[in-house]
Design a protein around this ligand. Structure first.
Ligand SMILES: CC(C)(COP(=O)(O)OP(=O)(O)OC[C@H]1O[C@@H](n2cnc3c(N)ncnc32)[C@H](O[C@H]2O[C@H](COP(=O)(O)OP(=O)(O)OP(=O)(O)O)[C@@H](O)[C@H]2O)[C@@H]1O)[C@@H](O)C(=O)NCCC(=O)NCCS
Ligand SMILES: Nc1ncnc2[nH]cnc12
Length: 298
């Protein structure tokens, strides 16, 4: 796949931007393959998404990978916000054209926002990164809202902030909930598997997920939040949370309930933890470089 966007930069994106772009793709793959997850596509089934499959989402992530690589180059070339947004909308169109779905539309937005913020905060300082995300989100949303989306309808109908408030808060749910509960689980003797499910439980409780509202209204969102509370407790108490999640998946499929926003923020959290090295096993050999996507569709 050949990208039709090239940036004449004297040099490629700085190493930290290029690696973060790769880690943002890695995080989305880690989320996709996490199994089981109620209502979402995983290695068991497609949850409440009969139009999706693992293969289709992998194809979508190839588009996301091209987008993030192009965005890293554009940021290095000093591309202004309008040009960055054009890359995002082009990626949304490519995803729809190549996979027939919008399965990573939200992830294009949150991962693009995260990478753009990191271009101005070339460190692992999470407070500074969060503040820069808020700055960029204010500039992004100051451009106005031009289309009626499932998310915008859910936000006005249920008086919630959705992904918009999440971005304007500097991804507070990620930095103040998801990452701390992961680190707490590791510190208290857990492993990356239990810590990831503790993160999923906390995100289910805290994300104002407009996809859950769009599908099943307030009752649907409350179901996700209550299940997240139970999941986090079961992980903490070393109960059979996998059995619980398999049972809940059957319920979500019956109700057509999903939580795509939770999935995206989980992918973002796994991406950042990959970037900080907290997803690596202490004795692990340095990870082989992620196979670079050789060419991209524009
Ligand atoms: C800023 C935009 C993301 C638009 O946001 P908006 O609020 O207008 O709503 P949506 O366009 O619907 O996108 C919101 C998507 O963000 C995810 N999400 C929802 N709540 C949250 C939250 N609280 N925090 C973080 N993220 C959240 C979610 O995306 C995931 O779910 C989608 C799949 O679920 P599904 O139910 O299948 O969705 P639908 O197809 O809508 O329903 P069905 O028909 O299938 O029943 C998938 O996208 C996941 O990623 C929300 O969907 C931004 O997109 C925007 O402004 N776009 C305009 C063009 C642009 O500027 N693009 C460049 C961006 S850099
Ligand atoms: N695993 C998943 N299933 C459905 N929608 C998603 N959006 C992001 N990850 C997803």
């Amino acid at each position: 796949m050949q990208s039709n966007t090239t940036y004449c930069t004297s040099d490629p994106a700085p190493a930290h931007l290029e690696k973060l772009a790769q880690d943002l793709v890695r995080g989305a793959f880690l989320e996709l393959y996490l199994t089981p997850k109620p209502g979402l596509v995983d290695l068991n089934d497609s949850g409440s998404h009969p139009d999706l499959s693992v293969a289709r989402m992998e194809a979508s992530l190839q588009i996301v990978s091209c987008y993030l690589g192009d965005l890293a180059d554009a940021l290095t070339a000093g591309e202004p916000l309008a040009g960055q947004v054009r890359l995002g909308t082009a990626a949304e169109r490519a995803m729809l054209r190549c996979t027939g779905t919008n399965c990573h539309r939200g992830y294009i937005f949150v991962s693009g926002m995260f990478l753009a913020a990191s271009a101005s905060v070339p460190s692992l300082d999470e407070k500074l990164l969060s503040q820069q995300i808020t700055v960029l989100a204010k500039r992004f949303f100051a451009r106005g809202e031009y289309e009626s989306t499932n998310g915008s309808k859910a936000r006005s109908r249920y008086k919630v902030g959705g992904v918009r408030r999440e971005a304007l808060s500097g991804f507070a749910t990620l930095f103040e909930h998801a990452l701390p509960v992961f680190r707490q689980e590791i510190a208290s003797g857990g492993n990356r598997g239990t810590a990831t499910y503790a993160m999923l439980g906390r995100l289910m409780q805290t994300v104002e997920d407009t996809t859950a509202l769009h599908r099943c209204g307030q009752e649907g969102l409350k179901t996700v939040q209550e299940d997240g509370r139970i999941l986090e407790r079961m992980v903490l108490e070393r109960e059979d949370f996998v059995g619980f999640l398999i049972e809940r998946n059957a319920h979500y499929v019956e109700k057509n309930l999903t939580m795509g926003g939770v999935a995206d923020l989980l992918g973002l959290a796994l991406a950042w933890l990959s970037h900080t090295g907290e997803m690596a096993t202490p004795s692990a050999r340095p990870a082989a470089p992620v196979e670079q996507v050789t060419a991209c569709h524009g």
